[in-house]
Design a protein around this ligand. Structure first.
Ligand code: IMP
Length: 462
């Protein structure tokens, strides 16, 4: 008898590994695809017969009319972005009847984005380089237990606005307090050179007024009235008991894909903290965010790019700051799907790979974007780091230490490149020998090798 199959597809590096393509491929035979965590800070590029899409919130199974697509409980859901994404897919003829939203997903609004930007500003040199999508502040609200969940969109929209109004009051107070403290500091600085001074009640009163005036409109619930009414109209009908859908499917022995966003090294608990995202993109996090009990997991696919990329700040020992790095960036269009920022590019890092394997216990590997390395010259693979004169053979998760590490390459770590276009190759043995050797040297023994952007540009190794 066929058993339910639950497959988690998880990023093994710093995100942007090409998970969208693997999910799009596997979704052709999936009954359900659930997006488990993260928000529109993620971007999955998918190229299939409908066209080329950058998906941010909608699961990549949306292109298969027989697949149910769920935005899961662990997702930070920006209703404005979701409605835009739905509109864009609709315009390209993609049916959306098979899209559902968990009532437990937390909502992200413009004020979360403002707070995200503000927090980054305050960090100065310690900036994370977030996507600015308000994801951290949304998950902060969730952990503080003051978040607004998708379920609120199904009821009277004015109740949601009322809840939002209460939530925003404390955020405004905090902002006024912060602005006020800054205003007092600058007053003392200008009047007394920063030393102890006297501020009259009248001055303080004036500063409070100025501080309150500096609060952006997005910190007032009225700003959201139109958005909430639209979201209520368009999204409420698809917010439904998705746990029930999933559990019925598990009983019917269906195939369920859990779609991860970002990557293991950005995991809040296990990534290169604090230069991480605010959700849990590891396999365990995908089970949590999708609400699927771990006992059902049958396969976990770790997706790794054939080289390394990272967006935002934080250590990246194999980073290439030379012409070859630029060539790979240009060939691979390594610019963020969400922010357009150039991605940092580097050689494949087996220490990071080993760490991701350890934390996730992947049952299979997909090595993606091998085609991008055609014609970029000879390559290197990193097996050890140097840290203050010491050799490290395992990945340090302390972000400060990682930032002080550099990749150490020995003669054997150099790999000859290849020039052939490999996008038409469908069997491992038809790859140029140097490409075969390169794959062998990454340690990752892949089940899938991505050789082009289209769905069918994939080698499946039996
Ligand atoms: P946040 O997720 O916007 O808070 O950003 C935190 C860190 O995660 C930053 O370094 C971002 O560049 C990075 N990040 C978030 N999402 C992605 C992604 O989908 N791909 C690559 N990096 C990401």
């Amino acid at each position: 008898m066929r058993k339910p199959e639950v497959i988690a597809v998880c990023g093994g590096q710093w995100g942007d590994e090409g998970k969208g393509k693997i999910i799009d491929y596997l979704a052709q035979e999936a009954d359900v695809v659930i997006r488990a965590q993260g928000g529109d800070n993620a971007g999955h590029t998918v190229v299939n017969p409908f066209g080329k899409f950058g998906l941010h919130l909608i699961p990549a199974g949306i292109f298969n009319p027989f697949t149910e697509n769920i935005i899961g409980a662990g997702v930070a859901l920006n209703p404005k972005s979701l409605m835009e994404e739905m509109e864009n897919l609709s315009q390209h003829g993609v049916p959306l009847d098979n899209l559902k939203i968990s009532p437990k997903a937390h909502l992200v609004f413009d004020y979360h984005e403002e707070l995200d930007k503000l927090q980054e500003q305050l960090k100065g040199n310690g900036k994370i380089g977030t996507t600015g999508r308000g994801i951290g502040p949304c998950y902060m609200d969730k952990a503080e237990r003051v978040g607004l969940r998708a379920e609120l969109l199904t009821g009277d929209p004015y109740i949601l606005l009322d809840e939002m109004s209460k939530a925003l009051k404390s955020k405004r107070d905090a902002l006024v307090g912060r602005n006020l403290a800054a205003a007092v500091d600058s007053y003392l600085e200008s009047e007394y050179g920063g030393g102890p001074g006297f501020i009259s009640n009248e001055d303080i009163g004036r500063m409070v007024v100025v501080s309150a005036d500096l609060i952006p409109d997005s910190f007032h619930a009225e700003y959201y009235e139109e958005l909430i009414l639209n979201a209520h109209r368009l999204l409420a009908p698809i917010i439904t008991d998705t746990d029930e859908i999933v559990h019925q499917r598990l009983n019917k022995n269906s195939r369920i894909l859990i779609e991860g966003a970002h990557g293991t090294l950005l995991d809040l608990d296990h990534g290169t903290y604090p230069m991480v995202t605010s959700s849990s993109p590891t396999v365990a996090g995908l089970l949590l965010g999708s609400g699927i009990p771990p006992k059902y997991l049958t396969r976990s696919i770790g997706v790794f790019k054939a080289y390394q990329t990272r967006v935002g700040a934080g250590g990246m020992p194999t980073e290439l700051k030379d012409a070859q790095g630029e060539l790979i960036r240009q060939k691979g269009h390594e610019f963020g799907t969400t922010t357009g920022r150039p991605r940092r590019v580097g050689y494949f890092d087996t220490l990071a790979w080993e760490y991701a394997m350890k934390m996730n216990g992947f049952s299979e590997i997909a090595l993606t974007r091998l085609d991008i390395l055609s014609g970029v010259g000879d390559l290197k693979i990193c097996y050890e780091y140097e840290h203050k004169g010491e050799i490290l053979e395992s990945f340090p998760t302390d972000s400060r230490i990682l930032g002080e590490c550099s990749a150490r390459y020995l003669e054997n770590d150099k790999k000859e490149g290849w020039d052939e276009d490999i996008s038409g190759v469908r069997r491992f043995e038809d790859l140029p020998l140097n490409a075969q050797n390169y794959i062998g040297s990454t340690i990752a023994k892949p089940k899938f090798v991505g050789v082009g952007e289209k769905r069918e540009d994939l080698i499946i190794i039996k």
